[in-house]
Design a protein. Structure first.
Lengths: 218, 126
């Protein structure tokens, strides 16, 4: 990956939580949280989530399931450690509802679009791969944007560059240059919507300071 | 709850969801066959496929209406939404890196430019 070749850029805007390439250290994104307390909180959230999933898989919340789930969760955390993703933002219910409603709508549009491209007669679709640099470069934002992006019309992630916060997006059925510009604008709008729904205040400020949003606030 | 006609309406809803979900899955299958390369096919594997599964889950949720089953259905749906894009990305990335992409069908390829074009990199801000 070319991401490895890049020098460290701790001074980049948008990723205050990655001071060095050594992951899992120096998470100083939110003042007031000491790193070990954040780590404890993150682990607790992970365990709670795993216990919930375990109980749901069994279909009921019993004491046995809760205990079994806790054991499984601890085993997973100890033996399958993942890069830490911490949630430094806050939930904004209205923005989140807006995001979800639009997402469902767009998923339907996307499905119909792909289905139509699949059955329409004639030439195979022309495509493009575009690079879009996100304004908020936290891992969580990169992941969420990539996930949602792959489910909305026309776009699919091919490659993600963590160091620069760049997503390489495959666009299906491209017919004009304007269409590509629209796709770019849509991706940035999507990022803005996500940050508005779950981002921190600092990330929200970053959104308005770095680049003007192509489509305006939606 | 609301008499016989209410339940009939729900049955229609269930049937509609099942048929639409199945149809979308079928279309996703057709797309897999007809699309020219891996990256295009991944579009089919994410969007219509996921929506198809979600619709079938919705139909099941409406007809079962039981707490434990609902929880399982929600779990399945959530994992579908979370994992389908990931799978698509991993396969797409592997395909791209091993050159299994129809570049003649690509109008623009900014990923190919990445290696020669350092201008995409952010500037140091001191």
């Amino acid at each position: 990956m070319t991401a490895r070749d890049l020098p460290d850029r701790p001074d980049l805007p948008g990723r205050p939580e990655l001071p060095s390439r050594r992951r899992g250290r120096g998470w100083r994104a939110v003042p007031g949280w000491r790193p070990d307390r954040r780590r404890f909180r993150d682990h607790l959230v992970t365990i709670a989530w795993l216990v919930a999933v375990w109980s749901l898989l069994w279909g009921e919340f019993t004491l046995g399931n809760l205990l079994g789930g806790a054991v499984v969760a601890v085993v997973v955390l100890v033996f399958l450690p993942l890069p830490r993703v911490t949630f430094g933002g806050r939930l904004r219910p209205l923005a989140l509802a807006d995001l979800v409603v639009r997402f469902v709508f767009q998923l339907v549009v996307a499905s119909v679009q792909v289905a139509w491209v699949a059955v329409r007669p004639g030439q195979p679709p022309r495509n493009a791969i575009i690079a879009v640099r996100l304004r908020v470069r936290s891992d969580l934002n990169l992941t969420l944007t990539a996930e949602v992006l792959s489910l909305v019309p026309g776009t699919l992630i091919v490659e993600a560059d963590r160091e620069t916060g760049t997503l390489y997006v495959h666009v299906l059925d491209v017919r004009s240059a304007e269409q590509l510009a629209q796709s770019r604008a849509r991706i940035l709008t999507l990022e803005a919507r996500l940050v508005r729904a779950v981002g921190s205040d600092a990330e929200l400020r970053l959104l308005s300071s770095t680049q003007p949003e192509p489509e305006g606030p939606t | 709850m609301s008499g016989v006609s209410g339940f009939d309406l729900l049955d229609v809803l269930v049937a509609g969801c099942l048929v639409t979900g199945g149809l979308l899955s079928l279309l996703a299958g057709i797309a897999l066959v007809r699309f020219p390369d891996v990256l295009s096919r991944m579009h089919a594997a994410t969007k219509p496929q996921v929506l198809g599964v979600l619709l079938i889950l919705l139909a099941l949720a409406v007809s079962l209406r039981d707490g434990a089953d609902l929880a399982t259905l929600v779990l399945i749906g959530g994992f579908q939404l979370a994992t389908a894009p990931l799978t698509a990305q991993m396969i797409g990335r592997a395909a791209y890196r091993t050159g299994r992409v129809r570049s003649d069908l690509l109008v623009v390829d900014e990923l190919a430019d990445r290696n020669d074009g350092p201008e995409e990199r952010p500037e140091r801000r001191d």
